[in-house]
Design a binder for this molecule. Structure first.
Ligand code: ZN
Length: 195
């Protein structure tokens, strides 16, 4: 999901990860796939464990998301078919949440929220989701965790988990709206390609 207010574009490629202050690596953001790219529909595989290889993907996903800028990113959006999501809804962008194999184990209530998506730039629409959720996952250090939450974080987790199943927030809208968005996206893509 995109950051709603910001429209910031910085070009830092030198990233100092907060967990490894002594380790400085040159990293570039992943290109983000845009709707209606069929690769966004590919289903993901769960990971066996969160090892260094997965952590590297997590780090690069976080960079990609912060650069966009956004508050949530799922691996299929960067053409990686693994069950990985990165979320950071904090204002200072310093509280990342890394979830591998996230699974919603309980949900209740209803909440309608105007959502957006880094893969559907410029489009916002109201989607109804569960208000409270409990989710299990593996964290950055391969520890099993369970989170019970509501509000924006609950919305964001549900949005990103949908991506892992090849589902997009536009799928919740009427056919007419979906067609309109599809046309707009294809037109935009053409303009960027010829620019
Ligand atoms: Zn999205």
């Amino acid at each position: 999901m995109p950051t709603k207010t910001a429209n910031r574009k910085s070009d830092f490629f030198l990233v100092e990860h907060f967990r490894h202050p002594d380790h400085v690596s040159v990293m570039e953001p992943y290109p983000i796939l845009h709707y209606p790219d069929p690769r966004l529909r590919l289903k993901t595989r769960t990971v066996e464990r969160v090892d260094d290889e997965i952590r590297q993907i997590f780090d690069r996903m976080l960079l990609t998301m912060h650069e966009a800028p956004g508050i949530g990113l799922a691996a299929p959006q960067v053409d990686i078919q693994k069950a990985l999501i990165v979320i950071d809804i904090s204002e200072k962008k310093d509280q990342p949440l890394f979830l591998a194999n996230p699974k919603i184990t309980a949900k209740s209530g209803h909440k309608t929220f105007e959502e957006g998506c880094l893969s559907v730039p410029g489009i916002y629409a109201e989607v109804e989701r569960a208000e409270n959720i409990t989710v299990t996952a593996l964290d950055y250090d391969n520890n099993p965790i369970e989170i019970t939450t509501d509000g924006l974080l609950a919305i964001c987790i549900q949005h990103e988990i949908d991506h892992l199943k090849g589902k997009l927030f536009v799928d919740y809208l009427s056919r007419i709206k979906q067609q309109r968005i599809r046309k707009k996206m294809l037109k935009m893509e053409k303009i960027t390609q010829t620019a």
